[in-house]
Ligand binder design. Structure first.
Ligand code: SAH
Ligand code: F3S
Length: 482
């Protein structure tokens, strides 16, 4: 099923534009969440100023960087295997430098330099601006490591180099870090405290994308709904802000509205929403503006109030259901997706059934589902035994996936017979005679190319579907086409 994220995604990245004056070659590979892929674009930009162009050919690389994920154990194992592969190449090309970036770098710190002899450099998510100095330190034979987490780094002043881009859709980071401390999650430890990026620098990045011909921006954060700009600093320090700062603060609903109003022909998406922070104003902004897509990724993790409490999620099953009701009432044609974890410590069959019934209540369009993986250092790892046997976690996971698949088919089928607005992103994977794009609700739509091109907004009459894909024919441009 396409919409279920694999344990970790992988991408060896090539820049949209290369600088002809740059002679050195950077091979950069990213794993994990969209934020990592977005961070790699910041890193590629920093290195473009140091004379590096990207390459997809490992053998010719001067510098190999792997942007890593720690969210589940399997993600870390994948990276370790990749490091072994890099090691084999390094034996042939000893001048090649290897650096580990991202969450695994932050989690394991200097252990990487000690245990993994092939790693030359370790850089945490807030230290990418230090990479030029760290490369110098490698040349001087010193350990190159910077895993300092920052209170205010948002990379707002860096214009990312778009990697593996279709030239139509892009990600723009609006918050970094997370203060939520869900007990299963390693992110607050690896990405530090939550901070928001200055609205002007966000608008500037969107403007640059618009001028380059991009048509869709996804605003990214671990928890976008808690976006709050009040002049800099950590989210948790807002209580200490001056009256003036409080009066002029910008929250997520306001930021989203600024985007929608200033760029009326650009589509906006956002990810991820946390149920405890999602306010009604945001829903009204989504409903009000045609160019804000009608899709909310709303992780629930579990349908059992008891388990939610153990996870330190700040809402009950009933409160989540009320939020779903509110979304359906304010944005009737909205798609909703979930993240669910099966086999969290102490989860009973009863708790699991609560998850299944909540799923049926919410009628999710898409889902990202995982078996619980204990992460060292998290509160759950320290306080709770990982007591659900693997086969039980996996069986529950399969039940959740099966239900999601059945619901997804029904949800996709609702569009058959309708005409939907699609932004054309790329050629269909299965046929070079077809375009592929998404409707506002995030469902993939494929249709014959005819005279249209990537970046066009078209109306597509839907005639058929699979579980995750709509099939149809274009009937003309939409009102979004300028
Ligand atoms: N708020 C974040 C969540 C990041 S983690 C965001 O931007 O999406 C993504 C998902 O991974 C979580 O929602 C959760 O469902 C899953 N996850 C996190 N820690 C996990 C763990 N220890 N075991 C299994 N799944 C986990
Ligand atoms: Fe992790 Fe919970 Fe934050 S899942 S990223 S601690 S909202």
């Amino acid at each position: 099923m396409e919409k279920i994220i694999e344990e970790n995604k992988q991408g060896t990245s090539l820049a949209l534009e290369q600088n002809k004056a740059n002679a050195k070659k950077l091979f950069i590979e990213s794993y994990g969440c969209q934020m990592n892929f977005s961070d790699s674009e910041v890193v590629a930009s920093i290195l473009a100023n140091q004379g590096y162009n990207t390459t997809q050919n490992l053998e010719e690389a001067d510098l190999v960087l792997v942007n890593t994920c720690s969210i589940r154990d399997k993600a870390e194992q994948t990276v370790r295997k990749r490091l072994e592969a890099f090691n084999a190449v390094k034996k042939i090309n000893p001048t090649m430098k290897v650096g580990v970036l991202g969450c695994m770098a932050e989690r394991l710190k200097s252990k990487f330099l000690e245990e993994e002899k092939i790693v030359d450099m370790v850089v945490g998510p807030d230290a990418y601006k230090d990479i030029p100095n760290l490369l110098q330190e490698i040349d001087e034979g010193r350990d190159a490591i910077n895993v300092i987490l920052s209170k205010d780094e948002t990379y707002g002043d860096i214009s990312p180099v778009r990697l593996n881009s279709n030239g139509v859709t892009a990600f723009v980071t609006i918050t970094r870090g997370c203060d939520n401390m869900c007990t299963f999650c390693v992110v607050p430890f690896t990405r530090g405290r939550e901070r928001s990026r200055e609205p002007q620098s966000i608008m500037q990045e969107v403007q640059d994308l618009w001028e380059k011909g991009f048509k869709e921006v996804t605003l990214l954060g671990q928890n976008v709904d808690s976006y709050l700009w009040y002049g800099g600093g950590l989210k948790k320090d807002f209580v200490k802000a001056t009256e003036m700062q409080k009066a002029t603060a910008v929250d997520f609903a306001q930021l989203l509205e600024m985007c929608a109003v200033n760029f009326p022909k650009m589509r906006f998406r956002f990810s991820t929403s946390n149920p405890q922070d999602m306010h009604e104003e945001v829903l009204h902004v989504i409903a009000k503006y045609h160019n804000v897509c009608k899709y909310i990724h709303l992780p629930v993790q579990s349908g059992s109030t008891r388990i939610l409490k153990e996870m330190n999620r700040q809402h009950t099953r009933e409160e989540y259901m009320e939020l779903v009701d509110k979304i359906r009432r304010i944005i009737p044609d909205c798609s909703i997706s979930q993240d669910i974890i099966t086999g969290f410590p102490t989860e009973t069959e009863e708790d699991h059934k609560d998850t299944l019934t909540l799923m049926e209540y919410a009628q999710y369009d898409f889902g990202f589902m995982f078996a619980y993986s204990e992460r060292p250092g998290t509160l759950a790892a320290r306080k709770m035994a990982d007591d659900i046997p693997d086969e039980v976690k996996k069986r529950r996971l399969q039940e959740v996936i099966d239900l999601q698949q059945a619901m997804a088919l029904k949800r996709t089928q609702r569009f058959v017979g309708q005409t939907v607005e699609v932004l054309i992103e790329k050629e269909s994977k299965k046929s070079d005679l077809h375009w592929s794009g998404r409707n506002s609700q995030n469902t993939t739509v494929v249709f014959p190319k005819e005279g249209y091109k990537a970046g066009d907004y078209v109306l597509v009459h839907v005639t058929d579907c699979t579980t995750t894909t709509l099939i149809g024919e274009a009937v003309g441009y939409s009102e979004m086409q300028s």
